[in-house]
Design a binder for this molecule. Sequence first.
Ligand SMILES: NC(=O)c1ccc[n+]([C@@H]2O[C@H](COP(=O)([O-])OP(=O)(O)OC[C@H]3O[C@@H](n4cnc5c(N)ncnc54)[C@H](O)[C@@H]3O)[C@@H](O)[C@H]2O)c1
Length: 259
Amino acid sequence: MAVSLKEKVCVVTGAARSIGLAIAEMYCQHEAKVVMIDINPQVEIEAERLAKEGYHVKSYVLDITDREAVLKVFDEIYNEIGPVYALVNNAGIVDQRPFDEITSEQMDLQMRVNVSGTLFCTQGAIRGMKENKAGKIINFSSKSGKTGSALMVHYSAAKGAVIALTQALAFELADHKINVNCLCPGITDATGVWSEVSKGYIHNLQMPRDEVVDRFTAKIPLKRLTAIEDVVEFTHFLTVSGDYCTGQAFNITGGREMH
Ligand SMILES: NC(=O)c1ccc[n+]([C@@H]2O[C@H](COP(=O)([O-])OP(=O)(O)OC[C@H]3O[C@@H](n4cnc5c(N)ncnc54)[C@H](O)[C@@H]3O)[C@@H](O)[C@H]2O)c1
């Protein structure tokens, strides 16, 4: 049966824009106590806008790769807002370049934000979930975490690691009745990641934007890119329901990825 999110603490990272912002807005509409985290101060402006609309929202400007700062923020959330019920580890970064040009710093950064950041935020959120013997952790992998993408070897490796992390945590937290899953969206329209990636393809493949979009859409059985709403809908399902799902990596790719 679907759980009511009224007054439940739902934390979303990377909530300043695109998918993360849309998930935070969805939680607001379900009357949750919403915590929006992002390294980009824009998150404060978005949170203020939502608070003015009457929603219960708090924002933090935070770099999720800074473990000490992350744990401090989650302590504050626990003490001032309440135990976390849902954590959406959406914050992520992408980069695109030929694999022989990937530097040590670029490789480390992909792992630090996409993998370590997810781990640190989960460490912060877990206390309340364990106490309540209930919790939903929703991580963000990618289609590239299952079938790697050319020119994004480091991103693909990091998103593959998010799937393994999700599975291992699902085992470790199952006795606490905490569900840990991850989402694997395909190219999602109107997002920061796609804007970055399409720029990269235009440059690296020497193709105009329309041709790049057509080329990717042609490979998708349902013949359109993923929409932000598709990802929000799945996040909602995993937050309020899906109690018998854990350790899964769900494709939201219009059939582009089937395993
Ligand atoms: N958009 C896509 O096509 C697509 C496809 C598959 C997977 N994904 C994954 O979905 C998630 C969201 O994608 P998006 O396109 O909405 O991204 P986006 O770039 O639009 O937004 C990501 C947000 O994360 C924040 N962020 C980055 N580094 C951070 C850090 N160190 N600490 C805190 N916040 C940080 C950014 O400031 C940004 O607001 C990402 O994990 C991405 O890898 C996206």
